[in-house]
Each structure stands twice: as C-alpha cells, then as structure tokens.
Design a protein around this ligand. Structure first.
Ligand SMILES: [Zn+2]
Length: 292
C-alpha cells in the first residue's frame, strides 16, 4: 500500500473517530449532569434539559440530535467536517450556530492519526508492531474525548479513564513481554508510573485535592502505562509543562489568565504524552548526542 493511500485512509478514519469522540463528549456530559443531580448537586437546569435526550436511547440505535432544536440528524448532517462546512457551522434545521467544538475535535483526531503514522518511532512490519500502533490509535480516541471534556468542564470522567487504564495496561504488557530484557522493561514501566502518576498523587495529597484533581492521578497512570518507559514518562511531564507555559505566559501577559484561572492539567498531560510517544526517542537521541 502506498504511503499516500495509508495517510488518506487515516485522515478519513481520524475524522470519523473525531466525530465519534465529539458525540461521546456530549453524551458523557449528559450522564454526568444526571449523576450530579441524583447525588444532590446543583446542575444547570437548561443544560440538563438540552442534553438529556442524548441518554434516552441505547448507544447503538441512538442517532445524534441537534443540541438546540433536538432534530434527529440525517446521515448527511453527520459527515465529519464536510457537513459543518456545508452549512457554515450552523444547524441545517434551526440555523443555530453549532460552534467550533466538534470540527476542532475532528481535525485534532485526524491530525493525531496522521502524525502518529508519519512519526511512529518503531517499524510497522510484524503483527505485534502493528497491534501496538493500532492500540495507540484507539487510546488516542479516548484521549481526544478526555482532552475535550477536561478542557471544557475541568473533569476527567471515569467512564473513559478506567477503560483507558485497562487498554494502557495491555499496551504495557505487550511492551514488556516483547522486549529483550523483561526485568528492566518492567522496572522502566514501574518508574514511569512513579514519575507520571506518583508526582501527581503526591501533589494531590499535599494540596488535599486543591491544586489537581484525582482524575489527573488516574490519567497519569494511564499515560505512564501507554508510554511504558521511564525516560518517555519524564519527557511527557517536561513537555506538558513546556506546553503549559507556552499557553499560560502569553495568556497572563494579555491579561486573560490570572492566578485564579483554572488551568486543566489533563489536556497538557495528553499533549505531553503524544509528544513523548512520537518524538521521545528522537529527543533523547538528540539530547545524548549533544551532552554526552
Ligand atoms: Zn437545530
């Protein structure tokens, strides 16, 4: 198969998976509101009313609806990116603006799929190598959901985090059992967990949950297992901080971010993990050739 064909397929699959992620984000939000309300917490009545229909049918039969008018959408309204562009970002039925949330998730997921293939650090010949790559892509879809959800509502839903931890554990096991030195590979995975999850766990305990949420601790565990290498875990943490500074410092200078602004760690950690997973080996190679 030619490279162009593979990239084209990954673009289309990435857009569709992004569309799926966007739909999942709203369903998760609806379920969260229902759970919160059941737990006696205050929820916005308007938001709950608008999103509730999303949870009333089973996943398989559920057709997506317009979040404003509730119109059940046709197949041509559900084409990733294309339907959004054809209507200028408005609902075809009530002409309400849909917003850039959905297309951004779709583009982001497609870019993740393509760059994962283009920059994948391992060869893709054996069944194990291809399996690891596909599991990485599936994990990426879950990360897209978590990224969008946390960026919008400062929360990492367990309904996604727990399956991601299970998937990451499988990735870590494959990594360990196929490595030449099983003992040191296992040690490396454990150290990665200490670096990515342990640090957040400590911060969570020290701050009694004020600086970071426990969701970040669980996400850190998943990402550590995904990367399965303590050096990559370190790069992920470092890259997350760099990306954070690149966003926070200009925001502070522009006066849009103050000390009180809530900055979600999830999206930063996810960025750090993707950078480490795709470029970590190259960054390490470059670092060692410079300083050793
Ligand atoms: Zn509508």
């Amino acid at each position: 198969m030619g490279i162009t064909v593979i990239v084209g397929v990954l673009l289309l699959v990435g857009l569709c998976m992004g569309s799926f992620s966007g739909a999942m984000v709203w369903r998760l939000r609806a379920r969260q509101l229902i759970d919160d309300k059941a737990a006696g917490e205050k929820v916005e009545a308007g938001e709950l009313k608008r999103l509730k229909p999303l949870t009333e049918q089973g996943m398989a039969t559920d057709r997506s609806r317009c979040l404003h008018c509730g119109h059940i959408l046709n197949w041509y309204d559900l084409l990733p990116l294309a339907s959004w562009m054809s209507t200028g970002g408005k609902c075809r039925y009530c002409h309400e603006k849909i917003g850039v949330f959905e297309p951004l998730i779709e583009i982001g997921t497609a870019l993740f799929f393509i760059s994962s293939f283009v920059f994948w650090p391992e060869p893709l010949y054996t069944a194990t190598q291809i399996t690891s790559f596909v599991l990485w892509l599936i994990a990426g879809v879950m990360l897209a959901i978590l990224f969008a959800y946390d960026a919008r509502w400062f929360l990492l839903p367990n309904r996604v985090v727990f399956p991601l931890i299970a998937l990451s554990a499988v990735m870590a096991i494959i990594h360990v059992v196929t490595s030449t030195d099983v003992a040191s590979a296992l040690f490396s995975v454990l150290m990665a967990v200490v670096i990515l999850s342990g640090v957040y766990f400590l911060l969570w305990i020290i701050s009694k949950g004020r600086w970071i949420g426990f969701g970040d601790v669980k996400l850190g565990l998943a990402l550590a297992l995904m990367l399965a290498d303590w050096r990559l875990a370190f790069i992920a943490l470092f890259a997350a901080n760099v990306v954070g500074c690149l966003i926070v410092i200009p925001g502070m200078l522009a006066g849009k971010i103050t000390r009180k602004t809530h900055v979600p760690f999830g999206p930063l950690l996810i960025c750090g993990c993707v950078i480490a997973g795709l470029f970590g080996d190259r960054i390490l190679g470059w670092y060692f050739s410079m300083f050793l």
